[in-house]
Design a protein around this ligand. Structure first.
Ligand code: PFF
Length: 505
């Protein structure tokens, strides 16, 4: 007998969890640099347009599908359109793979939280991270890194514990602790950064609008590319989270609150990061452009340098910064784990306990074996690039094409569902964004990326690495989704019947 579907305690619990998912590493280390690199203050224009015309409409679709069909992506899409189960499994497998390496990044940040005391990274922060800490060789290596092993055990043990707690006592509770803690830690970090001498130089560089860049299509593509990742749409996370909402929940209202909170957080992150970069530029007599960077480089090469420049008072700033990364990471990790857990519960009627043990157990074993080695940096870099640029983008695109293009007759039902319970009513504008603007942009982004990846091997890695962990991962999404779709699920007959009713509404 299946366990009854869980619920959030209320709309606030859901909103906090959705913010916990959306606010992740993307907000802290990705947004500031993408904005700076693509026109600074002027980037706000394509950014807001991308949010309103693509990310928020797709976020609404995720919410409506999850809530109307009360299931994780594979079963939710299947209840709507039989063949669309494949799309759901694609998104589920993307989530599964991302969880495996995301844990490693959390361990890097967690280790740096401790390295901050006494600034263990020394003078040459890049060599410390690359050679001494992750023991990167540029190739695959099985050399054992004990610190990664211990860290991964801790992160996975914590994840299992949270996920065992279920929706209310696990995911919701963890987010209710993480989000306020993140606001406090990050808030103090930004405040301290703003008080550093030279912070205004960084802020001027960050906000100075370069309007000429607005005519560059790549700037627009960067804006659209960023907003999907930032709002966690296209992973299946928002479909899953919305499936635990109670019957009459204001979906569009919640979506706007989450979108607004997420954007506010990234803007504040940009201010904090660039204030710190300005301080470093002034202290070392460099230009802001020489200091600024994003991603792994910003967090693990540049930020430790900034902290060292502050002298002993930097220890605390380092603790705040890396602590924020850990907390933002954990609340995103649990959101992404919920997708496969919920999907397997839906298909095979597994109990929560069994689903958590199997799914998180498998993720943990793969993650600990692969990322406790000197290969962690190569693996994170390659898998992340392919999973984000192809996995997520294709997942979002497939969901739109399948349910809105090939099955247009489903749109009125989705609209009616949302409008019956939501404050902001959706209509022709939403349908236009979702069926024309969003798929066009996603197709261009995906097409350009595919051509680029075929023509220029990513970061010059060897063909073996790229075939195994880049293209191989993409094949895994497709093949795995195909096999899981073909497998018989416990509720197949029931879902076929409910689809017939849904079709006549
Ligand atoms: N919205 C998240 C971020 O900005 O970092 C994206 C994300 C990444 C969510 C990884 C979940 C995850 F595991």
């Amino acid at each position: 007998m299946a366990e009854p579907r869980e619920n959030w305690s209320g709309r606030t619990g859901f909103i906090i969890a959705a913010i916990g998912s959306a606010v992740g590493l993307g907000n802290i280390w990705r947004f500031p640099y993408v904005a700076y690199d693509n026109g600074g203050g002027a980037f706000m224009v394509p950014y807001v347009i991308a949010l309103l015309t693509a990310a928020i409409p797709l976020l609404f679709l995720d919410y409506i599908v999850g809530h109307k069909y009360r299931s994780a992506p594979p079963r939710a899409y299947k209840k709507m359109v039989k063949s669309a189960q494949f799309v759901g499994w694609w998104q589920t497998l993307v989530s599964f793979v991302i969880a495996i390496y995301y844990a490693a990044v959390i361990v890097w940040a967690g280790s740096y939280m401790f390295f901050s005391f006494g600034q263990k990274w020394g003078e040459d922060t890049t060599t410390f991270f690359v050679s001494d800490f992750v023991q990167h060789t540029g190739e695959l290596t099985s050399v054992f890194v004990p610190q990664m092993f211990t860290g991964l055990i801790i992160v996975w043990a914590l994840s299992i514990l949270i996920m065992f707690g279920g929706i209310r006592k696990g995911v919701e509770l963890a987010n209710k602790i993480c989000i306020p803690l993140l606001m406090v830690l990050f808030g103090i970090m930004v405040f301290k950064a703003l008080n550093l001498p030279g912070s205004e130089i960084g802020l001027n560089a960050f906000f100075e609008p370069n309007w000429a860049r607005m005519s560059d299509p790549n700037v627009w593509l960067a804006a659209y590319g960023h907003v999907f990742f930032s709002l966690s749409v296209g992973f299946g996370i928002m479909v899953t989270y919305a499936s635990y909402l109670k019957k009459n929940t204001n979906l569009t209202g919640a979506g706007l609150v989450v979108g607004f909170a997420n954007s506010s957080f990234e803007l504040i992150a940009g201010i904090g990061i660039f204030a710190a970069i300005g301080f470093m530029a002034q202290s070392t007599g460099q230009d802001v452009s020489e200091v600024a960077s994003g991603g792994v480089g910003l967090a693990f090469f540049v930020f430790p340098k900034i902290i060292s420049t502050m002298g002993a008072s930097g220890d605390f700033v380092g603790f705040l910064f890396f602590g924020s990364l850990v907390i933002a990471g954990i609340s995103s990790l649990i959101s992404i784990l919920e997708v496969p857990i919920s999907a397997f519960q839906d298909k095979f009627d597994w109990s929560r306990k069994k689903a958590v043990t199997v799914i998180v157990g498998v993720c943990a074993i793969i993650s600990i074996s692969a990322f406790s080695t000197g290969s962690s940096l190569v693996l994170v870099d390659v898998i992340d690039h392919f999973a984000n640029n192809i996995g997520i983008v294709a997942g979002g695109l497939l969901s739109i094409i399948w349910v809105t293009w090939f099955n247009r007759h489903k749109i009125p039902g989705l609209l009616a569902h949302s409008n019956r319970i939501s404050s902001i009513k959706l209509g022709g504008a939403w349908v236009f964004m979702l069926t024309v603007i969003t798929p066009t942009v996603l197709t261009i982004a995906l097409g350009m990326k595919l051509v680029d990846l075929v023509q220029n091997p990513y970061e010059g890695y060897s063909t073996t690495i790229l075939l195994l962990f880049g293209w191989g991962v993409v094949v895994f999404f497709g093949l795995g989704a195909f096999i899981l779709t073909r497998m018989r699920g416990v509720h197949d007959d029931e879902d076929d019947k409910s689809r017939l009713i849904d079709d006549t509404i």
